[in-house]
Write a new protein. Sequence first.
Length: 162
Amino acid sequence: MTIVAGFDVHRAQITFDALDRETGEVKRGRIRATPEAVREWAEAFAGAEVHVAVEAGTGWLFVCEALREAGASAHLAEPAETSALRGPKRRAKTDREDARWLRALLAEGRLPEAWIPPPARTARVPAMPPTRHEAAVTAPRTPWRTPRCRASRPLGEAGAVA
């Protein structure tokens, strides 16, 4: 059994459109945009070969990693080329239509794919210390650092400013 799906990823939710190639059954819906929800979705098709097209936008990395952990194959769609294949818009574009379009391109073998880095390349690296400029900009302001006080403070201490 082979499942081909398209994911339209947003901050709070993922809209999916999945096709079972053997039965022709199409499932559509929404899931939460969390790694756990993506893993649960992919694990619902246990024993099947699952291929999912994900558009390379905000949040694609965690989706691809969660799919990989669940045993599914993630295919990262290049957004500009995917949009160009659709052609000029005839009606309003919706999340449901985006998911269906990604699934159709993947099923037909026409999905313009982008490179997904291996897990070793996407491992979290420790944050670098801030540069001198970043430290100066983000440091808390003191009376000596506020622009208005630079000139008046020494004069005020000398009794020149009332």
